[in-house]
Write a protein that binds this ligand. Sequence first.
Ligand code: NAP
Length: 466
Amino acid sequence: MSPPGTPDPPLRVAIIGSGPAAFYAAEHLLKSPDRAVRVDMIDRLPTPYGLVRGGVAPDHQKIKSVIAIYEKIAAHPGFRFFGNVEFGKHVTRADLERHVHAIVYASGAQTDKRLGIPGEDLAGSHSATEFVAWYNGHPDFRDRHFDLSVERVAVIGVGNVAVDVARILCLTPEELRATDMADYAIEALSASRVKEVSILGRRGPVQAAFTTVEVKELGGLPGADVVVRPEEAALDALSAAELETARAATKAKVEIVQEFSRRTPAGKPRRLNIRFLVSPHELLGDGGGRVAGLRLAKNRLVKGPTGAVVTEPTGETEELPVGLVFRSVGYRGVPLPDVPFDDRAGLIPNVKGRVLDPATGTPIAGHYATGWIKRGPTGVIGNNKADSAETVNALLADAAAGALPTPARPDPADLETLVRERQPSFVSFADWKRLDRLEVERGQAQGRPRAKFTSVEEMLAALAGN
Ligand code: NAP
């Protein structure tokens, strides 16, 4: 039999997840010049787009304009969306193997890295990922509570997520009301009594993970003065040497931080401190199980065994009184049922997207990974395009080589029948477009980009009524 990819039979691919990596994989498959492909995208939530909906900051609407590209991909006749369908619960790996030639896992990195220090689980210590998901109206996080009656907050880490969290905590009620943040979060953040937010970097400004545009924005917030200590912005010899050969963007980033360090606070309602050369060693409790502060160890920078600039404690410590802590030290992948997982790295073991069998170290025919679950939680939305192209090229090469397994029931109607049986309330892309319209209409009435539905029940009720 010839390899699948003629109009009859087309190459059938299931993609797990519907974030950027999933959509770029679908695009690359559907645009394949010499193969007819049908893509079924499966997501646990009724809503597509992964972190574009649930992660990108709600005051950064322009970044969300990539959705227009994803809508075009979804309009391809070979594309179907099965939302509100959980992989491993409603459809399993074995089910999909009966219906498709290949599965692409694009499930992202759904949890956070731990710090591994005492006090991490005190009340008032949260992962940034939880807070981001909460204010973006993710159904699993809408009932979380963050005590915004405290005056001082620490955000551990100086990546772009830490910057997002710190900025969101400093937005004015007017700024909050212009976003598509969940209604409950706008209410809670508008009533916030937070006066001071400190983001904490363990290394120096040259090594900070935040990018230029993101850090620059902190200097123009209407509701908060940005404060950097001159002694922490100053570069040690190692950092100065690193900066000499660094990219222009890194140089610009350091200049911005140093300009902040020369500012005199203008007396805005809040203060946003960007700290460097401090590592949290312990979260301190108030005696009643709540966070009351952080013990920070001051660092100097040294060359590590691999040549990278790493930290060494100076022996000096500092106590920072805070009532709320967000740990923002990176995301981490979670295992999918019946799919290999490298627990140490927090991703699916793979070579160029081909999933590896941990027992043999060789690829498992018909199984692929892309995005953060493939390469780890780094890079911006656009990085997923090349990443997904690499995975899909491997998949198409395997199809051309006749190396994909043949499913027992390749008729697309059969998978839909199965999904209907297992999850009668699955959400198609047409259903999502109706939800989308309703959200936008509700938002327009309030002068906002959209007003999100934040529970699955609410979404299904809205679809039933419209
Ligand atoms: P990230 O960029 O990897 O930053 C993690 C931060 O945590 C780093 O500053 C890191 O410091 C620090 N860290 C790690 N372990 C630590 C520890 N034990 N103690 C103290 N600090 C520690 O991760 P992220 O902020 O979660 O962002 C994930 C990805 O999404 C990034 O690629 C980011 O650019 C992207 N993103 C982009 C945007 C945007 O474009 N606007 C917005 C949000 C996220 P070291 O460097 O010293 O390890």
